[in-house]
Design a protein around this ligand. Structure first.
Ligand code: ATP
Ligand code: MG
Length: 179
């Protein structure tokens, strides 16, 4: 079985700027796990554990799923719940294009029996996960809330294999779809 998901990768300079913001969050008294810069991404679709045959079917189904290149600006830091965050993330401004791609991917994978997400899709970049909350985290988030991380032209996505380890996840690219 292989654990897979589909994501848009980020330019190195954007990941570096997000890493600077992680340092500010690290000064809070909350216990946080930070996403390593090499692992930062925009998840388009989490699939989960699949057999080899399914993986092949996914590869074929994705061949036809693309979009016109579009601009993504990474702006602002927020959280899933601003009173008591469990995940700290950065938001995208993309005129809904990433969501459109998410829908197209779900559409293409549904015939394979891969279920659509029940919750509404909110594209984001996870920056940190909260292991133990402390109120000082809220002030730290406020400090970086309005940060701009830059923009880029999205023209590809990647099917990734994820291996979970005690040291954190390890991602490998299995396939790239360029528009
Ligand atoms: P870890 O689980 O060890 O914290 P991770 O979440 O980065 O690491 P995966 O669980 O393999 O690694 O997830 C890969 C990507 O898919 C991540 O961006 C994760 O947030 C996202 N993801 C995982 N599970 C789901 C889910 N059930 N729904 C939506 N996205 C998910
Ligand atoms: Mg996970």
């Amino acid at each position: 079985m292989t654990r897979v998901f589909i994501a848009i990768d980020l330019p190195a300079e954007i990941k570096e700027r997000i890493a600077e913001t992680q340092k500010v969050l690290a000064r809070s008294c909350a216990r946080l796990t930070f996403v390593a810069p090499r692992n930062m991404h925009i998840t388009l679709k989490f699939i989960g554990e699949v057999e080899d045959e399914m993986l092949e079917a996914i590869r074929s189904a994705l061949q036809g799923v693309s979009a016109d290149p579009f601009e993504i600006a990474i702006r602002g830091v927020g959280a899933n719940n601003l009173r008591r965050p469990r995940v700290v993330w950065s938001n995208l401004e993309d005129a809904g294009k990433t969501g459109g791609l998410h829908d197209a991917i779900e559409e293409a994978l549904a015939p394979l029996g891969i279920e659509r997400e029940e919750r509404a899709y909110t594209p984001h970049i996870t920056i940190a996960r909260v292991r133990q909350f402390d109120p000082s985290l809220l002030g730290a988030i406020e400090q970086v809330m309005a940060k701009e991380f830059g923009s880029f032209r999205a023209d590809r996505y990647t099917l990734k294999k994820s291996t979970l380890t005690k040291q954190g996840p390890r991602y490998e690219d299995l396939m790239e779809v360029v528009w």
